[in-house]
Write a protein that binds this ligand. Sequence first.
Ligand code: MOS
Length: 755
Amino acid sequence: MSEIVLSATPAHLRHGSNIGQPLTRRDGILKVTGGARFAADNHPPGMLYAVLAVSSVARGRVAALDVAAAKAHPGIVEIMTSANKPPLALDPDAKTNPFMRRLELLQNDRVRYANQPIAVVIAETLEAATEGAALLSPRYEEEAPRVRLDAAESFVPPAVGVGHPSEAEIGDVETGLAGSLRRIEATYETPTQFHNPMEPHAIVAAWDGDALTVDTPSQGLAMAQARIAELFGIPAENVLVRSPFLGGGFGCKGLFTGPQVLGIMAARLVGRPVKLVLRREQMFGPVGHRAPTQQTLRLGTDADGALLGLSHHTRTASSTFDDFFEPASDVSHTLYASPAIRTSYEAVRLDTGTPTFMRAPGEASGSIALESAIDEMAEACGMDPLAFRLRNYAELEPISGKPFSSKALRACYAEGAERFGWKARPLRPREMRDASGLLVGWGVGTATFPALMFQGQARAVIRKDGTGIVETGAQDMGQGAWTALAQIAADGLGLSMEQMEFRSGASNLPDAGIAGGSAHTATAGMAVAGAGADAIAKLAALATGDERSALFGAGNAGVIARDGRLFRRDDESRSESYADILNRAALAEIEGRGSSAADPIAQANYAMHAHGAVFAEVKVDPELGQIRVTRLVGAFAAGRIINPRLVRSQYYGGMIWGVSFALHEHGEIDPRSGRPMNPNLGEYHVPVNADIPSIEAILVAEEDRHVNALGIKGVGEIAITGTAGAVANAVWHATGRRIRRFPITLERLTEPAPR
Ligand code: MOS
């Protein structure tokens, strides 16, 4: 009987009063009053401070560390090096699935990249530990580092991203290009970028025998718990990971990192709780980055501007010892119709830390190249860039031939263009100036990101007082997950937000999967909805099978849960409260379980993506080359919107990052030393308030019956993808200069054009 109610979940949720409401963040007051306890705010009794000593060379070996000098400093408790580190149950270089990083855990004296941890200093105070780290005065045997993307020998990576093929083709691209009336070929370069969440990686680790409690920011609690357990050879249930708040994640807190493990090892070594917090510059190496790319796009069209061939080749880099390859070409699989599409990759190995997921991994880098190339192709065809995109609109997913589960991209183009005033745009560049003589340009970019789901679980309880509890080990890294998930949970139980307690953020709760891939709301949301439906089904079975109930004989399919009561669907005058049902059955509570996963049949039949269109205005000083984004309008369609206030905020965040990608971010690596040269927020530029203009996000209505029963896609990453290209295209439209190396800086805009 419970299956009937489960399958009726969407209908039962349509009665919900919380889904779709623009509620403010449930953790907002805690955040703004300083009441939210982040990992580094924890101070268990007896806690010591650990500081990493990191390598100042990028390749070679540590020849000597002055451990004696450091140890002699007052307050130093221990120096952890490869000589005295506690044993591990698993080789830190082992990799059994793509969702793990090979780690530097002092396993030997090799240095594989700059800022690699080479020792951990543990002291009574942070100051003593910091001084001790300086006193180690490492000596190195240094080898010439390889850090240039264009210099090293390349190879075809076995897979990109998490196991995607590194070559794909439909049709015959060479034939398509050869038969094209117009062709363009261009190479775009994107730089190394670093995540830079406001909160650095931090860990407070406390052992109690073979049981471990860690406070550390994590985008995937169960995954972190399992990784720790296997490294230390203890049962997963011995490990409690608490991550109630993250000060940003963006991907670098997805897979468990070396410095976090080192904090746990340090605590094990000294037998006391230890806190380890990375300094900002120490985040430029051991915790991942967005790899640089060189992307060559070749496009060709017929006389009407219809694409006949699209080739997208990416050269990228991984570390010398691990295998994350930025899947930048794959965006060309889905966005524009062409009878022939080919994507390919080559990669080099560099003496850097291992790159990892960074907000819209693949799509962000890939779409800035594709959207620039599409703009160049439109120009070659003498077409308006929006008209060109509509001319090549993909009705089916090009690479697979599958229909889209839903695709309101036409509406995104139309609503965004209308709001922006796109139709007044002159076709040619350098034709608009503002009153002060600045060049004005308008650009458009298409946004796309897959609608993913991972596996998740949740538990729901209805208590005899009529209140509820919903638990799932989800992560709120600032995106508002707890608010959105609580809204789904409340509707799933047919309760108000006040009648229900939502518990999350610890690994001893049901596994909510990963807060990544823009899949968290769909994954954890479907699990909590399922848990609620399961609890309601059990409650309904109690009522409808009991002749003392007003619902007797109604049958599960005919019951609706709302406001703490069950109603007969065919006669809503007949109802009963949860409390009455449980009390009559002499039950203190009733429990439901829910789980979620992508539906393999729907996935086989449909291509699932969110879409959007972003319109940007820039102003450029014609003499100085200074670029200002002055206006941004984004229109996005991402299925059912659980909380429009939070979703708009996610779109703003993504759009701001798009501006950052196009104009600001650039991790500079010194080609001689291999060291990051701007490992701080003073010199690694990200936009500040003055860089962000008027910004608008339009939530375009979209109903999706296939992605999951709630119709949720994802919103966390998509907005960066359209915006970066829109800004770059606007710079061209303002100036007539096409800058193919990102970020587009004043220097690059004003340097003489290459011949
Ligand atoms: Mo995101 S890069 O999937 O955390």
